[in-house]
Design a protein around this ligand. Sequence first.
Ligand code: AGP
Length: 576
Amino acid sequence: MCGIAGYIGDSPCEEILLQDLYKLEYRGYDSCGMALLCNKKIETIKAVGDISHLSSQIGGHDARIGIAHTRWATHGKCDICNCHPHLSMNGKWAVVHNGIIENFKEIKNTLLSKGYTFHSETDSEVIANSIQYHDKTTPIQAIIRAVRHMRGSFALAILNADNNKIYAAKRTSPLYVAHDGKCGYVTSDVATFIGKVAKYYRMEDNEFAIIDTQSVTFFNSSGQKITKELYSIGTEMELSSKGEYPYYMLKEIHDIPKALKNTYSHIKYSLDRTQLLKLLKGKKNIVFIGCGTAYHAGLHGAYYFEEIGYHTESFYASEFYYRKPRIDRTSVYILVSQSGETADTFACAKYIREHKGKIIAITNVPYCALNNLADMVVGTTAGKEYAVASTKAYNCQVIAMLTLAVIVKDIPVDYDRYIDRLQFDYDLPDITGYKKIFFIGRLADYITCMEGALKLKEITYINCSSIPAGELKHGTLSLIDDDTLTIAVCTNSDIFDKLRNNISEIRSRGGHVILITTLDDVDCDVDSIIRVARTSNEFDQISIIIPLQLLAYKTCITLGHDPDKPRNLAKSVTVE
Ligand code: AGP
């Protein structure tokens, strides 16, 4: 959520920063900008919209030091005034910020009373003016003092007009630094380092850095120098590429078989079963926590673990955290997050940890804040996911939990043969004419409906929702008429008769129905049937979501939207 890049070195930096912003764009694309240090003067360039809008302003500056930002708006609308970088009142400081300063109003009022002026509605502008206010000794001391008064989260890259340096600071939001002896870099995503450096530093909370052309120096919050470990850029890091596909989302859907095989074999062959059993020893309850798609994957996990004898619960991370539940010694908490950065999920991890609960993190990145807090990390190794709408990561989260459950019970299975049966070539109907769409299913199919509905609304902006099929007659049936479409999902022959009754109640009221099923020979009055190759009871949920992901994609394209960058959203949601 929001992207930060910074460069200091011997090359003109505008194009370098622009290319970095393209790599960070999935984190936010409401507006973007750069601050460039040109002969002791900070120049800014800004644009509303995605990075392509900034490219026409590139090339006119002779700058070798600069910071850049792509924004997902939290405070203030998407206009030029609210676009980063923000300058201090005297123009000596430029700041790009990821995160939220929760007490910015208080700080702003104090600064206003001291004569400071502001030009934006953002929380971030107070950082620049606070630093100016505290600028009494050294630049790094000014930054340390300024953020000491701030509540909330931040990753900051900062320029000072009088110093040929980049300053960096971090609390909660991710930030990384690298140096090759001649050039220094700062970023909110290590992906921008690929092809530039082999090693990098991970900044921890309340750490600060000064980057110049020779080296990088780190400080703690008392201003003392600290030494930090270098990490290699893993081979799992990939450069962004859509390959032969027009959009990342379509590519990522087609990546599903490869991603599933990677995840399945990675867990099967590298997971330490003894450690897992030790973690589960004496535990009766498994609690699944996540947001959005990751929450849905957790719901499937709950089914799988229930089947092997555990009591299970599932929570949206944002609900779990504020409910402040008792952390139980007989529970294990499985936190699911593609990015491992999601603020709500991370807040739950901190809470569980503080209360001495045991955590298994299921993430799609080798390093992230969530992994740091976990007793055990299970990697989904799906490969980087760029499209905001999660697809392959979801399928991999589901197979990860299924594989965990079978490992616990030592059940011999071979999912590779099911993966080989996945289909991607469906004749999907045009559903763009509908203003109301419902997804219905029972048991695990209902979870797939939740995910199908989220995908469709996220990228098509069609109002749709998912309902347990049996619940229709308890209220939602009143919305059914001949303008509505219902998408019914069924993988379970034991409950098909009941689902058919629900479909018939919809048809009697003029509603249109598409049935998506893995069952053979179903006899049902619907507008169309999409048949999905049958695998096994558990694995069917991994295969039947694919036509729903493709239907969302197709509908989005037909409506003329960009599936990779849905409006108002961003990939990693690092604010609560
Ligand atoms: C999925 O399509 C969404 N974009 C969103 O619901 C996402 O799954 C959610 O924000 C959680 O992200 P995470 O897996 O990175 O924690």
